[in-house]
Structure formats: structure tokens, C-alpha cells
Design a protein around this ligand. Structure first.
Ligand code: DGJ
Length: 375
């Protein structure tokens, strides 16, 4: 009788789990094929030769700093993920850029056909320096699963003005005086920011580079999009043909608009950019911009999010728009629900992007299956 009761209870507990059909459940715990929670935060996904590779930040239970490195998981169906391990580990050597305890955020990987290398860029903050370094870091690998060789880090595009600035724009920026605008958020300060106050400040050392993503356009050119100028202005910076350097050509997006977490994709010839505001680990309402040319001008639209918790981007912050292979109309919006008290427990929100009148819409779903894309 006792054995029967134990069996019955076990069945009652297990059956609902076993009966669950394979699906993506935004905000729920997402286990890899070994049964461990997927640890790949602030990530991006690369599709290469029939397989999706998900790269992200490894977070520990008590800290958002990097004590392990950048992780990779692979999948064919976008639901079941196999852990491929740490593709770029932190360095145990003191004073290394990527010394254990540094901050490695928002890693993204693209494939460079010219060099046949996988190129990883991420936002790097040096150990014990908070978010002051604001550097971009790059590493390369021969295989999508690494290992990645660390190349370098630094601020971006020193001594370069935005590519679309006129001589008058440059001159106006050159005459801005840092000491004249000591008080932030005043109307004259905002106008000075728009005119390039911080851009001028960082001219010699290079522009700040924090939250970031990568984008490869149809012509094969790659771009690095990041929050710059103290998170006030986004920069879209062109990468060299091997994807490992900045060319010095860049364009500012929404100067002074305080955008983080850039997510960029192209649909029907139009570029869409989804961002967040700057509220640390707390969620806020997503913003959306579109442009007919990648270099702008960009037009702002209301948030694409709809349904439960749309006002806070479903409690998350965007990190990537994943184009579904072979389906030019299908994209998945990837976001993180940060959990600063238990960073590794930050959850993933993956939702399909649909289009209404050509405009992206992201609607909350408790669960959904990417199989619908291939039906
Ligand atoms: C928001 C950013 O989007 C995150 O990547 C991280 O840098 C946090 N801010 C830190 O507060």
C-alpha cells in the first residue's frame, strides 16, 4: 500500500512535467539538456550552418561581475540547448583586461566570411573600476564554440567626428567649453550634449562604449552599436572588413536620448532599433526607432510591446533580435529579466516579433513554440 501511494504521488508530480510540450516559456526557468539553468545573460544568437549558437554572460549567484567568462549553448530547434561551455574564460592573471572579477557584458558573435573567423565583441569594465572604463573588447575563434582568443579592448574611434557631421557641426563642437556646463540636465546642458559636449571630452581617449550589439547588413558590412557619451547617445560604428577594428566612421543615434540595450534588425528593407531607457537593473518601457538607411535619420515610435507588463518590457531589458533562419519575416526578441539579488537567476524573455502595417509588435505569451515559424 505504502509503495502504491509513493508511486501515485510521484506520478502526480512528474506527469505534468513530462506532459509539458516543448515550448519557450518567457520568464520561466530554462534548463539546458543536462538539466541545469541556462547561464547566458545579456546574450545574442548566431546562426551558422544549421545550428543556433547562444552566447551570453555567465553570472554567479551573488555577483554580476565576471568570475567565469562568456558561455555558449547550441541548438537546432531554439528550445533545447546543449551547453558548449565557456568560450572566453576570465583571466587569472592580475591586471589583465579580462581579469577575474571584471565586468563582461552583452557579448555578441558574428561570422566574418573574409577571414572565416567568428568575432566576439562585448562590453568590458576593468576590475574594481565600476563602470568607468566603458570599453569595447574583441576576441576571435576558428569555430563557433571557441575557444576565443582575446585580442584587445579600448574606447572607440579616438579623434573621429561623426561621419555625417558638416564642417559647421565640427566647429560648433570644438567651441563647446566643458566648464561652462557643469550642471547636468539643464536645457543649455542638453543642447550642448546634442552638439557633442561629451564627444569632444572623449575625443582623445576614444568614445565610451557600454551596452552593445552587432549587426551585419545585407552588403556584408558589420556595425557595432553601443551606448556612448555617458549612456546619453548611441553610436553606430562601422567595423573593418575583418570585423575586429572600428574604421573611424560612425553615426550618432538619438543624441541625449539616454538609450541602452540596443537591439537592431532589418525587415523589408527597413531598419528597426529597439532600446531601453537607463534605469540600472530595473526595467523600463522599451523605445523603438526606424530608419530607411542604417546611418539615419531615425524616427521614434511607441514601444512595440503589448499585453501583460508591456510598460516595463515584460519586466526585462532587450538584448537581441534573432532572425529565424530561412524566414525573412520571422524574428525573436530576446530580453533579460535582471535579478540583482541573485544575478544568475535572471530569466530570459524570448518572444516572437510580428508585424502590423509593417511595424514590429511584441506581444506577451506565457508559452509559444518556434515550430510555428517552420510550419
Ligand atoms: C543596464 C545595462 O543594460 C546592463 O547591461 C548593465 O550594464 C546594468 N545597466 C548595470 O546597472
Amino acid at each position: 500500500m505504502k509503495r502504491f501511494l509513493i508511486l501515485l504521488v510521484a506520478q502526480c508530480l512528474l506527469l505534468p512535467i513530462l506532459a509539458q510540450k516543448p515550448a519557450i516559456r518567457p520568464g520561466a526557468l530554462w534548463l539546458d539538456r543536462d538539466g541545469n539553468p541556462i547561464n547566458a545573460h545579456g546574450g545574442g544568437v548566431l546562426y551558422h550552418r544549421g545550428t543556433y549558437y547562444w552566447y551570453g554572460e555567465h553570472k554567479s549567484a551573488h555577483s554580476s561581475s565576471a568570475f567565469v567568462g562568456i558561455t555558449c549553448y547550441r541548438s537546432k530547434d531554439l528550445i533545447h540547448w546543449t551547453n558548449c561551455g565557456v568560450v572566453l574564460p576570465v583571466d587569472t592573471q592580475k591586471a589583465s583586461d579580462i581579469e577575474k572579477g571584471c565586468i563582461m557584458e552583452r557579448p555578441k558573435v558574428i561570422y566574418c566570411p573574409a577571414t572565416r573567423k567568428f568575432v566576439l565583441w562585448f562590453h568590458l569594465e576593468l576590475k574594481d573600476r565600476g563602470y568607468a572604463a566603458a570599453r569595447a573588447a574583441v576576441a576571435v575563434a576558428d569555430k563557433p564554440t571557441g575557444p576565443f582568443s582575446y585580442l584587445r579592448s579600448g574606447r572607440v574611434n579616438p579623434y573621429c567626428y561623426p561621419a555625417d557631421w558638416t564642417a559647421a557641426d565640427r566647429q560648433r563642437c570644438d567651441t563647446l567649453s566643458q566648464t561652462r556646463y557643469q550642471q547636468w540636465w539643464t536645457a543649455p546642458w542638453r543642447e550642448a550634449i546634442r552638439q557633442g559636449l561629451f564627444l569632444k571630452r572623449d575625443m582623445a581617449g576614444g568614445q565610451m562604449a557600454r551596452d552593445m550589439t552587432l549587426f551585419v547588413d545585407d552588403d556584408g558590412r558589420a556595425y557595432h552599436i553601443f551606448s556612448s557619451e555617458d549612456n546619453l547617445t548611441l553610436h553606430l560604428a562601422e567595423l573593418s572588413t575583418d570585423f575586429t577594428y572600428h574604421t573611424g566612421r560612425y553615426w550618432r543615434i538619438a543624441p541625449g536620448g539616454q538609450n541602452e540595450a540596443p537591439v537592431l534588425f532589418k525587415h523589408n528593407g527597413r531598419y528597426w532599433l529597439i532600446t531601453s531607457g537607463c534605469t540600472g537593473w530595473a526595467p523600463n518601457e522599451a523605445r523603438m526607432f526606424s530608419a530607411d538607411n542604417l546611418t539615419g535619420p531615425w524616427t521614434q515610435w511607441p514601444t512595440p510591446c503589448r499585453g501583460k507588463e508591456a510598460r516595463t518590457t515584460f519586466g526585462g531589458q532587450g538584448t537581441y533580435a534573432l532572425p529565424v533562419a530561412g524566414r525573412p519575416d520571422a524574428f525573436i526578441f530576446l530580453a533579460d529579466i535582471w535579478c540583482p539579488k541573485h544575478p544568475s537567476d535572471a530569466r530570459y524573455v524570448w518572444l516572437p516579433i510580428t508585424f502590423e502595417g509593417g511595424h514590429p509588435v511584441i506581444e506577451w505569451r506565457d508559452e509559444w513554440s518556434p515550430a510555428s515559424f517552420w510550419k
